[in-house]
Ligand binder design. Structure first.
Ligand code: COS
Length: 387
C-alpha cells in the first residue's frame, strides 16, 4: 500500500465529491458539445489524478494496484469520458516507460506525465492490426544511432492532445511476429508526425481519438524503451495486463452508477398506481444487476490483490476485464429497460452511458481476445499437469 488507510479514504471522499458536484452536472453538456471544459481538466491536475500510478520519486501519488482500482471505481461513477482525460497518463500511456524504460526515460517523462504537463498516448493498433497485435507493420528502420519511423497507428486515444506516444514498431522485418517488434517513446513534436481527423465516436463524447501517421519520422536511439530491441510486444502486453485490471474496475464503477440511476427512477416512476420498483419483474432486473456488479467488483479486488502479491498472470487481468465489461453491457441494457422510453432519451444519464460503455468490450483487447488468453492458460496448465 502506498497510502495509509486514512489518507486513502480522504482521497476517495474528495473524488466522490468531485464526481457528484463537478463531473455529473457537466455530463450532458460534454455529451452535447463533444468538449470537456478546461477548468475541469485543471481541477483533475490539481487533485493529482494524472499521476495516480506514477511513483512518488517521479512526482506521482504512487498508488498500488489495489488503491488504483479503488480510485478508478470511484471516478467512473461519472461518465467515463472524464477518466479518459488522465487515463492514458495513468495507465497505457505511461506504464511502458515505468515497467521497461531506462532510468533516463523515466526521469525525462514521468514527472511531467504525473503533473499533467504532458499527455501520453499508447500507439499499438494499426489499420490492419487490431487483435493480432504481434503483426505490427509500422517500421522503425535503424539509421545511424537512431531510427526512422514509417506507418499509421489507428484509433489512438488522446492523440490530438498527446505530447508523447508509446509506439510499437517493427525493428526486424525478418521476424514477422512478436520478436521483431520494439517499443519507443516518441515526442509528438518530432517532424514527420501527422494526425488524422478526430473520429466521430458512438459515445464518450469529449474524448479524443484519431490516427497518428509517421512519415520518415527520425527519432534518436535513446527513444527505444529500455534500450533493447525486440521487447516491444512484451512491453505492450505487460502494459495491457495492468490496463485491463484498471478497465475492469472502471466497468464496476459505471455499473454501480447505472444501478443507482435505475433504483432512483424505479422508486420515483409510477405505473398502474404504484412505483415500478414494487413490480417483481423490475425487481428481478435490479437484483440481477446488483448481484453481477458485486461478483465483478469482488473479482477485480481479488485480482488486484493477487497482482500486488506478485502473481503477474495475464489470465487474472483477462478474466476481470472479460467478466466486468460484459457485465457492464448487461447492466446498462437493463438500466435502459427499467427507464422505459425515457431510457432512449439523451436527457437521461442512462441513455448516454449506454453508448459510453459499449467500448469496454472492445478496447484493450476484445472479449474474444480475453477468452483466448484465459483458455490458453487453462490448457497450458492442464498439459503441464499431464506431462
Ligand atoms: N506479458 C508478458 N509477455 C507476454 C504476455 C504478457 N501478458 N503475453 C504474451 N507474452 C509473450 C509470450 O510469452 C511470447 O514470448 P516468447 O516469444 O518469448 O515465447 C510472446 O509474447 C508472444 O506471445 P504469444 O505467442 O502468446 O502472442 P500472440 O501473437 O499469440 O498474441 C494475443 C497473443 C492475441 C493475446 C495478443 O496479441 C493480444 O493481447 N491481442 C490484443 C491486443 C489488444 O489488446 N489491442 C488493443 C490495443 S490497445 S487499446
Amino acid at each position: 500500500m502506498a497510502l495509509d488507510q486514512e489518507t486513502l479514504e480522504q482521497f476517495v471522499d474528495t473524488i466522490q465529491r468531485f464526481v457528484r458536484e463537478r463531473l455529473i452536472p457537466a455530463e450532458a453538456e460534454v455529451d452535447a458539445t463533444d468538449t470537456i471544459p478546461q477548468p475541469l481538466i485543471d481541477e483533475m491536475k490539481a487533485m493529482g489524478l494524472f499521476g495516480l500510478t506514477i511513483p512518488e520519486e517521479y512526482g506521482g501519488l504512487g498508488l498500488s494496484i489495489t488503491e488504483e482500482v479503488r480510485v478508478a471505481y470511484e471516478i467512473t461513477h461519472a461518465a467515463p469520458t472524464f477518466r479518459s482525460v488522465f487515463g492514458t497518463n495513468v495507465a497505457i500511456g505511461s506504464q511502458g516507460i515505468l515497467i521497461d524504460g531506462t532510468e533516463e526515460q523515466k526521469q525525462t517523462y514521468l514527472p511531467k506525465l504525473a503533473s499533467g504537463e504532458m499527455i501520453a498516448s499508447f500507439a499499438l493498433t494499426e489499420p490492419d492490426i487490431g487483435s493480432d497485435a504481434a503483426s505490427v507493420k509500422t517500421r522503425a528502420t535503424g539509421d545511424g544511432n537512431g531510427y526512422v519511423l514509417n506507418g499509421t497507428k489507428r484509433y489512438i486515444t488522446n492523440a490530438p492532445s498527446a505530447d508523447i506516444f508509446t509506439v510499437m514498431a517493427r525493428t526486424d522485418p525478418e521476424q514477422k511476429g512478436a520478436r521483431g517488434v520494439s517499443a519507443f517513446v516518441v515526442e509528438a513534436k518530432t517532424p514527420g508526425i501527422r494526425l488524422g481527423k478526430p473520429e466521430n465516436k458512438m459515445g464518450q463524447k469529449g474524448g479524443q481519438v484519431c490516427d497518428v501517421i509517421f512519415e520518415d519520422c527520425r527519432i534518436p536511439g535513446s527513444a527505444l524503451i529500455g534500450g533493447v530491441e525486440g521487447q516491444g510486444f512484451k512491453t505492450a502486453m505487460k502494459v495491457l495486463d495492468k490496463g485491463r485490471l484498471h478497465i475492469a474496475a472502471c466497468c464496476c464503477g459505471l455499473a454501480d452508477r447505472l444501478i443507482q440511476e435505475s433504483l432512483a427512477y424505479a422508486i420515483e416512476r409510477q405505473q398502474f398506481g404504484q412505483p415500478i420498483a414494487d413490480f417483481q419483474l423490475i425487481q428481478a432486473m435490479l437484483a440481477d444487476s446488483q448481484t453481477e456488479h458485486d461478483v465483478g467488483w469482488a473479482l477485480v479486488r481479488d485480482a488486484a490483490q493477487r497482482y500486488e502479491a506478485g502473481e503477474k498472470l495475464p489470465r487474472i487481468a483477462a478474466e476481470a476485464k472479460y467478466y466486468c465489461s460484459e457485465m457492464l453491457g448487461r447492466v446498462a441494457d437493463r438500466a435502459v429497460q427499467i427507464h422505459g422510453g425515457a431510457g432512449y432519451i439523451n436527457d437521461y444519464a442512462v441513455s448516454r452511458l449506454y453508448r459510453d460503455v459499449r467500448i469496454y468490450r472492445l478496447y484493450e483487447g476484445t472479449s474474444q481476445i480475453q477468452q483466448l488468453v484465459i483458455a490458453k492458460d487453462m490448457i497450458r496448465r492442464a498439459r503441464e499437469a499431464l506431462s
